[in-house]
Design a protein around this ligand. Structure first.
Ligand SMILES: Cc1cc2nc3c(=O)[nH]c(=O)nc-3n(C[C@H](O)[C@H](O)[C@H](O)COP(=O)(O)O)c2cc1C
Length: 339
């Protein structure tokens, strides 16, 4: 199956525009998930032994999840869940719908096993995403929803923008991630700064704590984060009880052979691995097992997946690896980490 994907399917798909391929895949998946027999067939082909783990009261069938950005509109979660994932992170969803950045905005770097994207949170908005999730119902594995700020929302109103989005989506997911690390929304990453971060996180946690059923919150950090910001966020995570996702994509290009200097956006895949692992190691050391940590960034091989767990991640997420290795990559990783 892996051979079929890499030698035939991937070759054909890589001849087409990356965003077009993604749209076809996601729209196709959304359509086909209506047919239970198709979902059952995929599940049968990708079935793996359960490797259960409980984190913050959520039971994950295994530690391997889908990273945010793949199913931005929460429209294909049911069928994606069937390829063996232990959880899915959907979104990024913003309060209001928005078109994202101008195209082209998604680029493959096949020799580097990497992607550069500057999508800019293109999505249908929180209300429509909530309707999709309601239609889909329970998919049988935990889900998280990744929330971002609308591009036209001034930074000083970011906290209410995130909070209103969270309120709409709260009934529809098991955990929530605040995305403060996309490089593709102007000034978003300044939310890592101490005062701005405090203004953002406090109302979110007040809202969650006011609910009879408190759902875990994660902060997705940048691999380009300053040392002092990482220390501050890690300290706040322990004190205020939220988890960390390390990491999003990088704006650095020093790990690439060519400069790709003209290609603005976030770099993911193999060249992100070292940088992301470095931030993961530091986060683990700073938080000392007191908070849940999800690792994302550069998992394009089974070894890279096992390495994240060995470094102390509780859960891992993949995106670029799925594009290069294909849908059976999840099963491959699970086999490897079981061994
Ligand atoms: C095309 C693309 C779109 C992405 N969109 C989002 C997004 O909307 N929200 C987010 O938090 N991360 C987004 N990401 C980042 C991924 O979730 C992931 O953190 C990052 O790509 C590193 O993991 P990887 O090396 O396994 O791809 C996106 C990544 C890619 C390649």
């Amino acid at each position: 199956m892996n051979f079929l994907y890499k030698q035939i399917i991937r070759r054909a798909l890589f001849k087409l525009d990356p965003e077009l391929v993604h749209d076809i895949m996601i729209n196709g998946a959304g359509f086909f998930q209506r047919f239970d027999f198709i979902c059952a067939l995929i599940e049968l082909m990708c079935k793996t032994e359960a490797q259960e783990i409980e984190i913050k009261g959520i039971k994950f069938p295994n530690r391997v999840g889908l990273a945010a950005g793949f199913d931005k509109n929460c429209s294909a979660a049911k069928i994606i869940s069937k390829i063996g994932f232990g959880f899915l992170e959907l979104g990024t969803v913003t309060l209001k719908p928005q078109p994202g950045n101008p195209k082209p905005r998604l680029f493959r770097l096949p020799q580097e096993r990497a992607i550069i994207n500057r999508m800019g949170f293109n999505n249908i908005g929180a209300a429509a995403a909530a309707r999709n999730l309601e239609k889909t119902g329970n998919i049988g594995i935990p889900t998280g929803i990744n929330i971002g700020k609308n591009a036209d929302c001034p930074l000083e109103n970011a906290a209410s923008n995130y909070l209103e989005c969270l309120k709409i989506l709260y009934p529809h997911s098991d955990y929530f991630t605040l995305n403060i690390s996309s490089p593709n929304t102007k000034d978003l990453r300044t939310l890592h700064e101490r005062e701005k971060f405090k203004k953002l996180i406090e109302p979110i946690l007040n809202f969650v704590n006011s609910k009879p059923f408190k759902k875990p919150v994660f902060i997705k950090i940048s691999p380009d984060i300053e040392k002092s910001e990482l220390e501050n966020i890690s300290k706040a995570a322990i004190e205020m009880d939220f988890g960390i996702i390390a990491t999003n994509t990088t704006i650095r290009r020093d790990s690439l052979k060519k400069t790709y200097a003209d290609m603005e956006g976030g770099l993911s895949g193999a060249p992100l691995r070292e940088l992301s692992n470095d931030i993961l190691k530091k986060t683990v050391a700073l938080t000392n097992g007191k908070i849940p940590i999800i690792a994302s960034g550069g998992i394009v091989s089974r070894a890279a997946a096992a390495e994240k767990l060995a470094l102390g991640a509780d859960l891992i997420q993949i995106y670029t690896g799925l594009i290069y290795e294909g849908p059976f990559f999840v099963k491959d990783i699970l086999k490897c980490i079981r061994q």
